[in-house]
Write a protein that binds this ligand. Structure first.
Ligand code: CTP
Ligand code: MG
Length: 402
């Protein structure tokens, strides 16, 4: 059969869906009929091909028990897809699907697992483009994990180099008649242990070209895979991002320096307070505590407690950060605004950013220190004190339920 004689012919597709999905758990029925993101898995797989302009005849291979499930899942696409019953193994199901395509005799065929609903059209394009007259195309991903062989005693017997190793995906692409002949040959030879169709091509000497697979093109195998796919598609993924704010004010008294955001700045007065009166760090501490419902600075460091007399306020900010971390939080951003007529903050801003970055163990790019005057208005304008507001953004594990 000269496939080059029909260069513009459409590509045939066999979608195998006759498995029972035992590993995904049988309770909710075969996995290909489960709903992910509001649609059945098999419907997604069929749509990926039916919507592609290069695709011609499509055969779905289903289990004899599943006709009603299939009809419901295929819905309006039923007329676009030919349905045949599969066999006891995936290999049998593929062979029966290929037999159903003989009449249409497409030059090229793609063989796809219904359980891979995330196949993208670019992957279909790459695979189809690599099919030759005597060449198969296999989308695959280079193995990234280190591979071990386990011994009978449960210990590792060997580390296997992953160099040159690939994990095979579907759709796998073939010139139609050669793969059909290869499947029939395997069937008649009683060879039933092929786990994919590329292996049958290899066995009959059809070279298989590797094409870049897609990390999204996963096979839904376990119940967890289906749950995760459903969450991803349902948009039910609301990361637990929380924002806390804090405000503080301290008045001036006689002195020669102020502590602001962890930096000691010479000044004609000092801020009055039990601790070092670092108004910026106090606001920040409250903002951090607010993200995990941990009260405020006074809950943890009561001014009535003599041990905090003259304390460095970085202790408070560090403690708040440690509570956030203990709750599983990661601090994404800390933003502080100092409101004062003097001292000038600009020359110290970098040192403040560095100090806070160190206290919270986050990169300096996640810290922002800003300052503004109060336009000479009110108590701040009269230089009776300094105020600070702070905002902290923290990402906690898990999700916010919808
Ligand atoms: N398949 C098939 N006929 C079979 C066995 C499998 O058509 N006799 C199909 C499955 O429906 C699936 C694809 O081959 O779309 C890949 O197989 P797999 O992920 O192993 O699915 P199941 O065999 O259904 O799952 P399990 O092995 O967990 O029972
Ligand atoms: Mg199986």
């Amino acid at each position: 059969m000269d496939v080059a004689a029909k260069p513009d012919s459409k590509v045939g597709v066999v979608i195998v869906a006759a498995g029972r999905g035992e590993r995904a758990g049988l309770g909710d029925g075969p996995k290909q009929y489960r709903i992910v993101g509001g649609k059945t898995v098999i419907r997604r797989s069929i749509e990926a091909f039916a919507a592609h302009p290069a695709i011609g005849p499509i055969v779905a291979v289903i289990h004899s028990d599943d006709h009603a499930l299939y009809a419901q899942a295929a819905g309006t696409l039923a007329g676009r897809v030919r349905v045949v019953e599969g066999g006891a193994t995936r290999q049998d199901s593929v062979r029966l699907g290929l037999q159903a395509l003989r009449e249409a005799a497409p030059a090229k065929v793609l063989i796809h697992d219904a359980a891979r609903p995330f196949v993208e059209s670019a992957l279909v394009d790459r695979t189809v483009a690599a099919i030759g007259e005597r060449q198969a195309a296999l989308p695959a991903l280079a193995v990234s994990d280190t591979l071990k062989r386990g011994g009978n005693d449960g210990t590792v017997s060997e580390t296997i180099s992953r160099n040159g190793l690939y994990a095979a995906q579907t759709p796998q692409g073939f010139p139609f008649w050669p793969i059909y002949a290869a499947h029939m040959k395997a069937h008649h030879a009683g060879k039933t242990d092929f786990t994919d169709d590329a292996a049958i091509a290899e066995w009959t000497g059809i070279p298989v070209r590797l094409v870049e697979g897609s990390p999204d093109n996963i096979k839904l195998t376990w119940a967890r895979d289906i749950e995760m796919a459903d969450q991803r598609l349902s948009g039910a993924h609301f990361p637990d991002v929380r924002t806390g704010n804090g405000y503080d004010v301290h008045s001036f008294e006689a002195g020669d320096h102020v502590w602001l955001c962890g930096v000691k700045i010479p000044h004609g007065k000092k801020l009055s307070g039990h601790s070092d009166a670092d108004v910026g760090l106090h606001a920040l501490t409250d903002a951090l505590l607010a993200t995990c419902g941990a009260g405020d600075i006074g809950t943890h460091f009561p001014p009535s407690d003599p041990q905090w007399k003259g304390a460095r306020s970085r202790i408070f900010a560090e403690h708040a950060a440690s509570l956030v971390r203990a709750a599983g939080g990661r601090i994404a951003n800390a933003d502080i605004t100092l409101i004062c007529e003097a001292p000038r903050i600009g020359p110290h801003r970098e040192a403040m950013t560095a100090a806070i970055s160190e206290m919270l163990s986050i990169g300096p790019g996640r810290v922002s220190v800003k300052a503004t005057t109060n336009e000479r208005l009110g108590f701040i304008g009269r230089e009776e004190g300094i105020a600070a507001i702070a905002t902290a953004t923290v990402i906690y594990p898990g999700e916010v339920s919808a």
